[in-house]
Each structure stands twice: as C-alpha cells, then as structure tokens.
Design a protein around this ligand. Structure first.
Ligand code: 6CS
Length: 339
C-alpha cells in the first residue's frame, strides 16, 4: 500500500466533511405565488431566487399558481410551515387579516406612480403596523408592492353605478370587495382565481377587475367586450415568510432574505414601467374590437361618492385596529404627496 494513501484519504475526508457541512447549511426554500413565472409575482420571485442563490448555497423552488392549489390553500401551507415563502394579495388575505383590506378601499391610493412607489417603500403602515398583524397569524411580512392599476372588464359599456345594476362582477374573496361592488351598483360574486375564466365564458358572471397585464396574460379580453378604467385602485400584493422559519434563521440568512426582498422590490417597481401600455397594445392587436374606456372625471364622481359607504364598512369590519391603520395610511399618503 502506498504510504501516501492515508494522507490522501485524510485530505479526501476533510473535503467531504467540508462539503457535507456546506450542504448542511444549504437549504431548499419553497416559495409559492398566485401567478405564473412570467407574471409580476413570478418576476418578483425569480429576482428573489436569483439574489439568494447568487449569495449563498441555498436554493429557492418557486411554485406558480395551480401547482399547489388556490391562494387560500397555499396560505394554509405557509402557515403550517410546509412552505417558507408565500405571495398572497390582500384581496384574499382579507378574510384572515381584515385590516389588510385597507388596500382594497376605492379611491384611497393616489394615481401618480412616483407617489405610489414612495408609499410602498416608505410608509409606516406597511413597515411598522402591518408586520405586527401578520405576525399574529404566524407570518413575517417581508414586502408589499403594487401590480398596476385595476381595470374592470364587462360585456357592455357603463358610465354610472346605475349601469352596473344586475351585472355580476367577480371579485377576490375579500368581504370588503363585495361591499365595494355593491356600492358600485353591481352584483359582486366572490370566486377563487381558477374559476374566473370559465365563469366569464359560461356567462355565470359578466365582469371582473384586474390589472391590464393580468387581463392580457390570462386572455380575459377573449371573454369580455369592454375594459374600463374608473381610477378606483391599484392591485396590491404581499410577500411573507412562515414566522417560525424566519425567526429560526441565522442573522446572516435573515440579512440575505432582506437583501433579496429589497432588490426584488426595486426591480419589480422598475419592471412595471410601461407594462400597462404594452399589455393594452397586445390586447388591441389580438382583439381589435375590444373597447377601452377611461371614464371622464365627471362620471367618476358617482363612484367616488359611493366609496364613502365602503370606508364605513371597513371601519365596521375592523374596529379600532382598522381605524388606526386607516389613519396611519392617510398620514403616509399625505407624506407621499408630490414625491
Ligand atoms: O384576481 C385574482 O384572483 C388574481 N389577480 C392577480 C393580479 N394576481 C393574483 C390573483 O389571484
């Protein structure tokens, strides 16, 4: 036997040990989203994954919509610790954390993109108040970001709440969205996302609301005649981690997660510049007869006035806690003015 063999064996076992310990520190994190990889939540999650994987031995596996169930199923899996990260929008979180519905209230968020971005990056309501509410549900709130202005698809044009009388409009499952569309004169129909296209196709519902990119990527225009902007809201979403998992991470890994979240948030705000116009152009090319309507200000007034009842409902649903959230949000939006 060669005398060098024991030394070689030692060297090899040291290398194996180093590899094993690196692997012990290397984790596989599961991250579920409500959209496909090429849609806004998917682009965000992909950037997050890139930053994590470029700066550690960890791997991030992204589960797009449809792979693990509907949004509510995925949230249960995240709360149970089966998933480490989850993206869920307040339109669904509203039944778990009623205060999250503040993001659904019509005519509250400004229309100016720079103000919207400033609000999402700097507001106290998002960075100080909501983390406590999410923590109570076993979730570490990592980020909230906008996904674009919400548009309403219908089969016929409308210019007033009276025109929406009897029109069944699908909403996400938040009770506040139901109140919103009641106030807007329509018949709100809460449905999980997976049922929306079929319900439009069969005429079970006549309309729904979503950002333009989502109307385009899911071909909702194929089962709609009119796409209307009444300027009532933007679509907000949130990324969270299972709280026990997050609390159990080393300081270095928590810092890494925060770095990936910060980079993904900057990236997604930038990524969405021009996305609405591009999506509109694609819809126009695919179905030239689709009618785009932007309600003039004098016709928006009736919808703005109707939204006062929604604010009252929000306060009724959330009590003192919701009122404090609303007051902080209004102060943050005031601070974002002109930014
Ligand atoms: O309307 C919905 O249910 C979906 N809309 C968007 C933009 N993202 C995910 C959500 O499931």
């Amino acid at each position: 036997m060669s005398k060098t063999l024991p030394r070689l064996t030692t060297t090899l076992s040291l290398a194996a040990l180093a590899l094993a310990s690196a692997q012990a520190g290397a984790a596989n994190w599961k991250y579920a989203i409500e959209e496909s990889l090429s849609e806004v939540q998917g682009v965000y999650a992909t950037k997050f994954k890139e930053v994590i994987e470029a700066n550690s031995d960890h791997k991030v596996q992204i589960y797009p919509f449809g792979t693990l169930g509907e949004s509510v199923d995925v949230m249960e899996q995240a709360q149970a610790g089966l998933l480490q990260f989850v993206d869920q929008s307040p339109g669904f979180t509203g039944s778990l954390i009623p205060e999250a519905q503040v993001f659904l209230m019509p005519y509250v968020i400004p229309e100016q993109q720079s103000e919207i971005n400033y609000f999402f990056k700097n507001s106290k309501v998002i960075h100080e108040h909501f983390p406590k509410l999410y923590a109570d549900k076993g979730l570490e709130l990592l980020s909230m970001f906008p996904e674009g202005r919400v548009h309403i698809t219908t089969q016929a044009p409308f210019s007033s709440p009276a025109d929406l009388g009897g029109v069944k409009v699908r909403v996400m499952t938040s009770p506040l969205l139901v109140e919103t569309y009641k106030a807007f004169g329509a018949v709100p129909t809460p449905l999980p996302w997976g049922e929306v296209f079929g319900a439009l196709q069969t005429g079970m519902i006549q309309g729904q609301e979503n950002p333009m990119f989502y109307i385009e990527s899911n071909k909702l225009y194929e089962v709609s005649a009119v796409i209307t902007d009444i300027g009532h809201n933007i679509f907000t979403t949130a990324v969270m981690a299972n709280k026990d998992f997050y609390d159990g991470l080393s300081d270095a890994d928590q810092a890494l997660v925060q770095q990936a979240i910060a980079e993904a948030t900057d990236y997604i705000l930038d990524y969405q510049q021009g996305l609405e116009a591009e999506s509109m152009a694609k819809i126009q090319a695919a179905k030239p007869e689709v009618r785009f309507v932007s309600l003039p200000e004098d016709q928006r007034v009736a919808f703005r006035e109707a939204s006062a009842a929604v604010k009252a409902k929000f306060v009724e649903m959330t009590g003192d806690s919701g009122q404090a959230i609303l007051a902080q949000m209004e102060a943050d939006l005031q601070d974002a003015k002109g930014k």
